[in-house]
Design a protein around this ligand. Structure first.
Ligand code: ATP
Length: 217
């Protein structure tokens, strides 16, 4: 399939569409209109049509979308056919929680290796995932062809571990530490700062109150 350049906001909604279409397919639903899809995923139908238009005309007027066609299509785009092995560095409270969670609702992603400096953790298996010492990190990442790493280490360790991850050939880092790590331009970083997100929510609630929503049908 030719590479389609799509806006970031559209790319973020694809897994949402995918998850719902998967649910529909499993429950035997064969077609869905953009309005029905819109109600289910809480994205307005004009946006859905625009999102889908980036991939060519997928819907038929007056018919809607064929669930299985659409699902197969998204599967390819999202690489759901291919299992992505993810590494995790820093098996502390957050790291443990993520290992335990292990993205079970997305059957194409799994954390396959953990790394930690703590000798009591290295060499053990936590939530079914082997934990390796730091001096094996670069080798394991290369051997297991891990391209994505979740970073849940203390702030002061984040940059030098990032440098090693880059040396190991990592392509993407999900950074749970509150600092901005520096990477070369060919490495992508997704920052997830849970404390800031929560503080932002509190700020909005304190200053603007909850958003007024229409009651759900
Ligand atoms: P969290 O921040 O996830 O709640 P925590 O409070 O339990 O974790 P932290 O001190 O933040 O602990 O450390 C997180 C994990 O990172 C720990 O398991 C710790 O052993 C590990 N860690 C600390 N320094 C390094 C390092 N330089 N390399 C690899 N792992 C490290």
């Amino acid at each position: 399939m030719a590479e389609t350049i799509i806006p970031k906001a559209t790319a973020k909604r694809l897994p949402v569409y995918y998850r719902y279409l998967n649910f529909l397919a499993n429950s035997g639903t064969t077609k869905i209109s953009s309005t029905e899809l819109s109600d289910a995923v809480k994205v307005d139908s004009a946006t859905i049509r625009r999102d889908f238009s980036y991939f060519g005309a997928l819907g038929k007027r007056g018919y809607g979308y064929d669930v299985v066609d659409l699902l197969n299509f998204f599967k390819k785009i999202l690489n759901q056919d291919r299992l992505t092995n993810v590494g995790l560095v820093g098996v502390g409270n957050l790291g443990h929680a993520l290992l335990n969670y292990n993205f079970r609702q997305a059957n194409n992603i799994r954390i396959s290796a953990g790394f930690d400096i703590n000798p009591e953790l290295a060499g053990t298996i936590q939530s079914g995932v082997p934990i390796y010492p730091m001096d094996e990190m670069i080798k394991q990442i290369k051997d297991q062809q891990i391209e994505i790493v979740i970073l849940t280490v203390p702030i002061d360790a984040a940059q030098h571990i990032t440098d090693d991850l880059v040396k190991a050939g990592i392509k993407g880092i999900m950074n749970f530490t509150p600092i901005r790590i520096s990477v070369p331009s060919y490495v992508r970083v997704q920052n997830v700062d849970l404390a800031t997100e929560l503080q932002t929510l509190i700020y909005f609630l304190e200053h603007y109150g909850p958003t007024l929503k229409e009651p759900e049908a």
